[in-house]
Design a protein around this ligand. Structure first.
Ligand SMILES: Cc1cc2nc3c(=O)[nH]c(=O)nc-3n(C[C@H](O)[C@H](O)[C@H](O)COP(=O)(O)OP(=O)(O)OC[C@H]3O[C@@H](n4cnc5c(N)ncnc54)[C@H](O)[C@@H]3O)c2cc1C
Length: 380
């Protein structure tokens, strides 16, 4: 694997960084306090091609590689984890599912709108009682003639209220049976589909997380993706790629917290010297820098395999598991380096600290990643 960053990747990262510093950074705390989902930002990111990063140009995407996409998420998340999370969910989950499993008609219909952010996407797998155990879903889709009737509620869905289109995985077979789920594309405005409760969260507060409610929601069979019964398998494939983007989100948050702490440690004086002179602080910085680099390399390695269209189940889980735990640890250490000031909202590290925790939970908890990694390792 080549670790040097080529010119295109540098340009893409530069674009994401510049945009984030100019249009996101000044409003980060306002959106966080108000739990405001800043829709206009995603529309602007769409104009830059960052909402359809890996979508081929024929569907109006940017046609970039997963490596470039990882750099986009890192740069945005260095400034705001919430925006990073929403960009990741839109690109990897909803758009990624249609890109991987939609038929040509579905791709032509939905990908251009999603890639340009004319439409915002959501992806619904989780339910109130089935998170890690997503295969045990209760939301059902029942065939009636040429239509499917969806009933049930999906919880914790990024853009559950604001999305214009959602991919939903619903049960089409018996509970706990093999191959009992199917994926559907549901457009906002269809009768029986509505947004529900918006979650009031610890972090990632500018990324909307809400219920999606299906109440006798009728959709055409033309909106089914792939064969009946393939939905859960498709979801696992989508999550393999999605986990690389959560790893990138984690790396971005860790870098943001680390850079703030590094700077502060040089400026803050105690005992007549910068606190960075104290080994207790400088060793923390050394650990943070090393762990961030290790997390980034794992993430780029997984992205490289994804570019080569190889299976990334193990590498995606490893990157997500390690990088997310690093993000939480680094953000915690960053607050410690800031001392009392780190505990206030006047400095950025408390927000990195709150945002980082989502990374060990969303798209499969750390415990679930370890199950996946162990399962894959035991196959070897
Ligand atoms: C901000 C946010 C955004 C999200 N966005 C989306 C989205 O867009 N779409 C979507 O479908 N979902 C989304 N989710 C849901 C997310 O993927 C789930 O929260 C996650 O998979 C964990 O499920 P759970 O919350 O039900 O926890 P549970 O599954 O109830 O887990 C609780 C605890 O038990 C542990 N546990 C469970 N099973 C095992 C086991 N077998 N072995 C060891 N430990 C275990 C877990 O690791 C965890 O520590 C989002 C969640 C959040 C917080």
């Amino acid at each position: 694997m080549n670790f040097s960053i080529d010119e295109l990747t540098q340009q893409v990262a530069h674009t994401a960084r510049d945009f984030s510093l100019q249009y996101i950074k000044p409003y980060v705390m306002e959106w966080d306090e108000e739990q405001k989902f800043p829709l206009h930002i995603f529309k602007e990111l769409g104009k830059l091609g960052l909402m359809g990063a890996v979508v081929p140009e024929e569907y109006r995407g940017a046609g970039l590689s997963y490596t470039e996409y990882v750099h986009i998420i890192i740069e945005i998340s260095k400034v705001c984890g919430s925006i990073g999370l929403s960009v990741a969910a839109h690109n990897s989950l909803c758009t990624g599912h249609i890109l991987a499993f939609g038929n040509e008609e579905q791709k032509k219909k939905y990908l251009p709108k999603l890639a340009t952010a004319e439409w915002i996407g959501a992806w619904g797998l989780t339910e109130a009682n089935t998170g890690s155990d997503a295969g045990n879903m209760q939301c059902t889709a029942t065939k009636q003639g040429d239509e499917w009737i969806i009933n049930g509620t999906k919880n914790w869905i990024t853009h559950g209220i604001s999305a214009d289109v959602a991919v939903v995985i619903a049960r089409t077979g018996e509970p706990r049976a093999k191959n009992n789920a199917t994926a559907f594309i549901v457009e906002r405005g269809v009768a029986g589909f509505s947004g529900g409760k918006k979650e009031n969260k610890l972090g990632m507060r500018a990324s909307e997380t809400a219920e999606m409610i299906f109440d006798n929601c009728r959709i055409s069979d033309a909106n089914r993706m792939g064969n009946v019964g393939e939905g859960f398998k498709q979801a696992l494939y989508v999550l393999d790629g999605g986990r690389i983007s959560i790893a990138a989100l984690s790396v971005g948050i860790a870098k943001g917290a680390y850079e703030a702490a590094l700077q502060y440690s040089k400026e803050r004086h105690q005992f007549d010297q910068p606190i960075s002179n104290f080994q207790g602080i400088s060793f923390k910085l050394a650990d943070m820098a090393t762990e961030i680099m290790a997390a980034e390399l794992l993430t780029l390695q997984a992205a490289d395999k994804k570019n080569k269209k190889l299976n990334v189940t193990k590498e995606g889980a490893m990157a997500k598991y390690y990088a997310s735990e690093v993000a939480v640890k680094v953000a915690n250490d960053a607050v410690q380096i800031f001392g009392g000031y780190g505990y206030t909202k006047d400095f950025p590290v408390e927000k990195f600290y709150r945002d980082s925790k989502l990374c060990t939970i969303g798209e499969g908890t750390s415990e679930i990643q370890k199950i996946v990694i162990a399962r894959e390792a035991l196959k070897d």
